[in-house]
Design a protein around this ligand. Sequence first.
Ligand code: SF4
Length: 394
Amino acid sequence: MTAHSATPLPDRTRRPTRQVHVGSVALGGGAPVVLQSMTSTPTHDVDATVAQIHRLATAGCDVVRVAVPEARDTAALPAILRQSPIPVVADVHFHYQRALEAVDAGVHKIRLNPGNIQDRAQVVEVIGACRSAGIPIRVGVNEGSIVERRDKALRYAEMQKLASDPHRQMIALMIAKLEETIGIFEAERFEDLVLAAKSPDPRVVIDVYRAMAERFDYPLHLGVTHAGPPETGRIRSVTALATLLAEGVGDTIRISYAADPLEEVHDGKELLCCLGLRARTEPELIACPTCGRIEVDLLKLVAQVRARLATIPVPLKVAVMGCVVNGPGEAEGADVAVFAGKGRGVICVRGEKVRTVAEADILDALYEQAVALAEQVQRGQVELTTGPIQIGPE
Ligand code: SF4
């Protein structure tokens, strides 16, 4: 019997793109999909921001973005950059001076919305600064601000089109605006770009990124904007991001929630692992959904096992099943498993039954077996493989 590896990275056809570098992190051009998040602390609060960046990096975040609305925020960047374990992107909304200050401070990338900066000469100045610093710029469009605001005739025409066929016309408009924006950069021969097109509607996100992937060869930053709290935003985000990533589209992702950004990183990492785009480094928990056969408090046990497993740095598959009747079949592939029954649990390691313990001892016994197997893997005595594991009935 073989143990199951949680680190298969299949030969997935990724869309070829140019490659840019965000500090030490390659983005696009066949590099692994980069996981991003954004701090929610005031950037000028250096200690709080650095602490949050460390938490995000520890959870698996590759690149972090910080907002720099005020001069005191860009003034904090040198201290943040010195202490950040991952590359830092400065998010600039309206003030091109913030972009220049951020580049001067040494950030690894700028996020810029040229549509929000009135004077094209100012955008060109930022482009020049980024070129000199050798850093990329992320540009994009946002569904919420896509319709022309200054030119009334153009605004009317765009609104008419959108009213006639909202979905298709929205995609066409976003692509047209992106082309216009990219034109500004290409006129300056600046091609160190990452593109984004944001919408809160996953169907718009899917279709606009498919269109972008056909048209542009710049790396793409995927995200569903204003997705809401994790409870509702999770499905909304994964609907769009999983669809695109499974098609090979997308070079960096940010799942954005109205919540602690740590949740964005946890979910983004899980999404990448589920798609085989990132190797697991921690155990993967499998648990049965429970049914009328259940004879133990499985939900409580699952929560306890999950918390314990977080301390094991090996990608074992661990199954917690509610019975010995269907459990073994449903847990096929697990490296360590428990099949709980009336007042006891049968523990299997790599398909072999190793112990039967009282219900109160299941948690400790399962954890012990998981730790022992993880140590064997770390010592090179056991190799995790991708094959299925047959678990015989009791
Ligand atoms: S493993 Fe057993 S208890 Fe759990 S869902 Fe399947 S049949 Fe029901």
